[in-house]
Design a protein around this ligand. Sequence first.
Ligand code: AMP
Length: 190
Amino acid sequence: MLNLVLFGPPGAGKGTQSQKLIEKCGLIHLSTGDILRGEIAQGTTLGLEAKKLMDDGKLVPDEVVIGMISNKLDANPEAPGFIFDGFPRTVAQAEALDTLLEGKNTAISSMVALVVDDEELEKRLLERGKTSGRPDDANPEIIRKRIHEYNSKTTPVAEFYKQQNKYTSINGIGPIDQIFADIVEVVDAC
Ligand code: AMP
């Protein structure tokens, strides 16, 4: 199985590159942000609780997203592999993911990190906010808070995968197809 963690701050291009990997490799895309927005759209209790935190640029609790990922892994027993996008965002989530995958006799194959500087991220997210309809993309203050959450809580996750020799970083600025070619070279599969 090919199980990839596509890593990077909000606005790094994880969603865009995930779509291209799905087309090429037929992997199942698991974006916790997308799943949470689905819960909000359906008006579930979980969605309503998460929305307050998301609109404020804060992370939702680990147990909530770990539970969602666990359900998705169970729901796709025949998957050729998964792309994890926006998950894990804390070391506790990364540890839980290892345990979940171990229980299915598989593991993370590699983490590919897209590197983009904060100024470019802010510019991209504000631009995306014009069409995404996402409240958390519309406000520069919230965007900065999300980048801050990433820098304080999520960057240690890279260290977690470095220790397992699974980490590679890629320049996330430039033509989309070039970045994709760099990812495919690193992944060396499908
Ligand atoms: P994203 O679409 O990945 O930018 O996520 C949007 C928002 O959903 C984040 O700012 C968080 O509030 C929440 N979220 C998504 N994934 C996670 C996660 N793995 N852990 C905690 N919160 C998350």
